[in-house]
Write a protein that binds this ligand. Sequence first.
Ligand SMILES: C[S@@+](CC[C@H](N)C(=O)[O-])C[C@H]1O[C@@H](n2cnc3c(N)ncnc32)[C@H](O)[C@@H]1O
Length: 264
Amino acid sequence: MDDWRTYDSVAELYGRVHAPRFAEAAQDLVRALEVAEGDRVLDVGTGTGVGVEAATNVAATAVGVDRSLAMLAVGHRDHPSLPLLAAQVVDLPFRDRTFDVVMGNFVLAHFVKVETALFDVRRVLRPDGRVGFTSWADGKDAFQDAWLELVENVVPRDMLAPAYAAAAPGHERLKHPEAIMETLRQAGFRRVRAERRRYQWTYPRDELVEGLGTWTVGRFVRKMLGESGWASLMERTRAVFADRFPDPLNDFRDVIVAVGALPG
Ligand SMILES: C[S@@+](CC[C@H](N)C(=O)[O-])C[C@H]1O[C@@H](n2cnc3c(N)ncnc32)[C@H](O)[C@@H]1O
């Protein structure tokens, strides 16, 4: 079975449910980075390629890298013209000073050693090059509360923190704009700024429930419970959500958009 910490087993679902919505944040990141025609852009943790698409739409020359072949395969299928490559941050297969911009949409918290990852990002950026990341902000909503309540009936709560530590080590710390700004400054970036943005994404109710399986908690719990236990949890979750929430439902999510630049 796939390593639950990766997105390999959920790539199809992620590409169908989340990628079209999270593309909006990638477009905002491209705007915050002032990506312009002719810029050479690297999108790290590109997944199915939403950041590459956003940069290409403003006539930049963009390439995306991801460590999940399954995510890249969905990206290739859905956007055959986008250049998406298998590579890890930290081991970017590019020469020093190749890019004008490096961006990452919802990836920063996944880096096992964020300082080392940013060192590699720095290496491939030209002097004065820009860097930008989006990251989930703190704050839970009624949907997440309901989901965690259901999860905690089947998996002890104290198992969830180690699961985050394994799959998204920056999850707790990088929920705060100050922490992201400090991390970027310590990595040598200047002119660092961050802002919170609220997104409203509308989901058919059962689709939002299905999409819960893509997150760290979902992937971990599925691995713990096995397929039949997971199917029962999904069935209960659909029933609880049908009881509590309308269909379709609006998910309001706060996101941090942070940018900085290398010294010239
Ligand atoms: C939440 S998904 C975001 C995907 C895409 N950026 C989007 O906005 O839809 C995080 C992605 O980062 C990738 N990833 C995590 N750590 C990585 C690393 N060190 N190097 C390359 N990709 C990484 C994962 O495989 C996954 O596809």
